[in-house]
Design a protein around this ligand. Structure first.
Ligand SMILES: C=C(O[C@H]1C=CC=C(C(=O)O)[C@@H]1O)C(=O)O
Length: 478
C-alpha cells in the first residue's frame, strides 16, 4: 500500500494482528473478538465504499440515520454471527451477543465520545418469530446480526474504519483476505477513485411488469373481515399489508435503487441489506428503538395522509390528519402500547402530549416521540423483544393480532415490518422498523406496504393508503 491512507490501514492491520496474537488473559473466553478503530481523514460515503469491498454473496448491511449529523454505517463480511428464531429469539440473541463480546480486545486510537463503540454488530430480524417460510426469503434468517470484518462509519463530518477479527488464527488475517480488502480501500480513498452512486438505468429494455400479488379486492375483503372480527373478538387494531411484485426486463441493481431512494428520503432510515443473491432495501420513517446508556428513544408512528405538491393543500391534509378521529384512535393505540411495554423496564416514560406531523416525500404521518430512562442497560435486542411488534406493524392486543394477520393477509412478510440496525459494544445502538421496502433478487422486486385497520376503517381508503405508501418505491422501477 503506497499512499497517504495506506500506511494508516497497514498500521490498523498490524494492530489487529497484534491483538489476535496476544495470549488470552481469561482462559474461559475462547477466541474473543478483536477490534481496531481508526479515524480516517477523509470524507466518505460508507455505503458506496463498503459495497465496492463486498465479495460475491458476502453479508452486507448499510444504514443511514436521519437525525444524527449525517450518521451512516456500512459493514461487509462476517467474523461472527448471532442468529435466533422462535418465541424467545430476542432473549436468546441477547445471550449470544453477550457471549460474543465477552473479553473483546479493542484498540481504538480515538478518545472522543463519537468514536464507534466496537465490537459492532449489524443485522435485523423478520416480523414473525419463526421468520419467513417462502423461498424468496431463504437468505434471511428469523433474526441475524453479524460482526462485519470491516465497517465504515461517518458522523458529523468525521469518518472511521473498524476492522474486526476473531482471535486465535483468523483465516482472513493469514490468507491475505483482509489485507486485500484494505488495499482496495486505500486505492479508493487515495487514488481519487471514491465510488459514485450508480444511476438507475435511464433506458431499460422495456417497462417492468407490475402486479399486486393478491388482487386489490382481496385486500379490501381482508379489511372487511378484520373489522368484523373487531366486533366479536376483542381486537382493537390489526395492521394488514400487501405485496406488489415488479418483474423487470433485466437484473435490478440494488445499490442503484438504494441510492435513488435515499436521495428522495433524506429524513428516513435508509437501509440496504444483502445476503447471498438477495438484497432488501428501504427508507423507513420509523425508529423502533435507540438506546444510549440508560436513555431510550422511540416513536409511535401511525396515521397517514397523502401529500400534495400545493403547500396549502399539503398543510390542509396534515391538519385534517391531526383532527381525524379514526386516525387518532389508530395512533393512540400505538402510543399507549409502547408506553405500557416500556413501563416495567423504565424509571419513567414520557410521551409528547400531542402527535406531530412527520412529512416524507410521498406521505405524512402522525408521530409521537417517546423517551424513557431505563432501570438497567438492557441490550437493544432485549428492548426489541419488549417492543416488537408495536401496533404500528402488528396490532392490539399483540398476540391476538399476530394470530390473525397471516391468514388475513395471505403473504409472507419476511423482514418487512421487522427491524434493521446495529448493536454496539455496550448493547446500545438503534433499530429502525423495516418499512417502505423491497426485497430484490435478479430481475424481481417485491414491495411491501401495510396500514392499520381499526373498526372505523373503510376498505377502499385503506387500499388507497397502501398505494400511497407503495408510491415511495414504485417510481424507482420506471
Ligand atoms: C405498516 C406501515 O406503516 C406503518 C407506519 C406508519 C403509518 C402507518 C399507518 O398509518 O397505518 C403504519 O402503522 C407500512 O408502511 O407498511
Amino acid at each position: 500500500m503506497g499512499s497517504a491512507v495506506a500506511p494508516q490501514l497497514t498500521e490498523a492491520l498490524a494492530a489487529l494482528r497484534g491483538l489476535c496474537a496476544t495470549p488470552a488473559r481469561r482462559a474461559r473466553v475462547v477466541n474473543p473478538l478483536a477490534c481496531v478503530v481508526r479515524e480516517l481523514n477523509a470524507a466518505i460515503d460508507p455505503t458506496l465504499l463498503a459495497w465496492r469491498l463486498r465479495g460475491a454473496g458476502e453479508p452486507f448491511l448499510a444504514l443511514e440515520v436521519p437525525d444524527r449529523r449525517g450518521f451512516a454505517i456500512a459493514g461487509v463480511g462476517s467474523v461472527g454471527r448471532i442468529a435466533a428464531s422462535g418465541g424467545e429469539r430476542f432473549e436468546r440473541a441477547a445471550a449470544a451477543w453477550r457471549a460474543a463480546v465477552r473479553g473483546a480486545r479493542i484498540d481504538a486510537d480515538v478518545t472522543t465520545a463519537d468514536a464507534p463503540l466496537a465490537p459492532l454488530a449489524l443485522g435485523g430480524f423478520a416480523f414473525a418469530a419463526d421468520g419467513a417460510s417462502s423461498p424468496e426469503w431463504d437468505d434471511f434468517a428469523s433474526l441475524e446480526f453479524a460482526f462485519p470484518e470491516l465497517l465504515l462509519v461517518r458522523e458529523g463530518g468525521r469518518a472511521w474504519l473498524v476492522v474486526q477479527a476473531r482471535t486465535g488464527r483468523p483465516r482472513a488475517l493469514h490468507d491475505g483476505t483482509l489485507e486485500r480488502r484494505l488495499c482496495a480501500l486505500a486505492e479508493l480513498l487515495d487514488g481519487g477513485r471514491m465510488p459514485s452512486a450508480p444511476l438507475l438505468d435511464p433506458s431499460p429494455l422495456g417497462a417492468p411488469r407490475i402486479t399486486s400479488v393478491l388482487a386489490p379486492e382481496h385486500f379490501e375483503e381482508s379489511v372487511r373481515r378484520a373489522t368484523a372480527m373487531m366486533r366479536g373478538r376483542g381486537l382493537e387494531k390489526v395492521v394488514l399489508a400487501r405485496q406488489v411484485r415488479v418483474d423487470a426486463r433485466q437484473p435490478l441493481d440494488p445499490l442503484a435503487l438504494h441510492c435513488a431512494l435515499r436521495e428522495l428520503f433524506p429524513s428516513c432510515y435508509c437501509f440496504l441489506v444483502a445476503r447471498g443473491q438477495s438484497a432488501f432495501f428501504g427508507a423507513s420513517p420509523e425508529l423502533l428503538v435507540r438506546r444510549e446508556g440508560l436513555r431510550l428513544q422511540t416513536v409511535a408512528l401511525a396515521g397517514t395522509a397523502r401529500r400534495s405538491a400545493d403547500p396549502a393543500v399539503d398543510r390542509h391534509l396534515g391538519e385534517r390528519l391531526v383532527r381525524d378521529p379514526k386516525q387518532r384512535v389508530e395512533h393512540e393505540i400505538v402510543a399507549r402500547r409502547i408506553a405500557q411495554a416500556l413501563a416495567p423496564v423504565a424509571l419513567w416514560v414520557t410521551l409528547a402530549e400531542q402527535p406531530q406531523i412527520v412529512r416524507v416525500h410521498n406521505v405524512q404521518h402522525l408521530a409521537t416521540p417517546i423517551r424513557a430512562q431505563l432501570r438497567e442497560p438492557l441490550t437493544l435486542l432485549e428492548l426489541a423483544g419488549h417492543l416488537h411488534p408495536t401496533p404500528a406493524v402488528g396490532g392490539e392486543p399483540r398476540d391476538r393480532a399476530a394470530a390473525v394477520i397471516p391468514a388475513l393477509e395471505g403473504l409472507d412478510r419476511g423482514w418487512y415490518a421487522g427491524a434493521i440496525g446495529m448493536v454496539d459494544r455496550e448493547g446500545g445502538g438503534e433499530l429502525a422498523v423495516a418499512l417502505r421496502c423491497a426485497l430484490v433478487r435478479g430481475a424481481t422486486a417485491r414491495l411491501f406496504a401495510g396500514c392499520g385497520i381499526v373498526p372505523a376503517s373503510d376498505p377502499a381508503d385503506e387500499l388507497a393508503e397502501t398505494e400511497a405508501k407503495l408510491g415511495a418505491l414504485l417510481p424507482l422501477f420506471g
